[in-house]
Design a protein around this ligand. Structure first.
Ligand code: FES
Length: 106
């Protein structure tokens, strides 16, 4: 971890089951951490359309659906994959270490 990197603990891997969504705060921003097909993905919890939360949105096909108007964002890249959103959502790095999961922001 380089200097200036902020690291936030999400929880124990064993307590974050497949399909779970966990909200953490990184750099003062709400971030949603999704476990999907065994991997952890972290995205800013604000849709780039009208800022509604992504937390609680349906996850399928590697994408999370905004809870408000149905925009979809790719978990791995943050890219918008369905209107009405066109801009990508910020993503964060996830780290697994000694059975714990963390989110890092530069
Ligand atoms: S706020 Fe997310 S699609 Fe409109």
């Amino acid at each position: 971890m380089s200097e200036g990197t902020e690291r936030v603990r999400v929880g124990r891997e064993a307590e974050l089951p497949e399909g779970s969504q966990t909200e953490v705060t990184v750099g003062g921003q709400s971030v949603v951490v999704v476990r999907y097909e065994g991997e952890f993905y972290a995205l800013r919890n604000n849709c780039t359309h009208k800022d509604f939360p992504l937390l609680g949105g349906e996850v399928s096909d590697g994408r999370i659906t905004c809870t408000k108007h149905g925009a979809k964002f790719e978990l791995a890249t943050g890219k918008a994959k369905a209107l009405p959103a066109v801009k990508p959502v910020r993503i964060y790095r996830t780290v697994r270490e000694a059975g714990e999961v963390f989110v890092e922001a530069l």
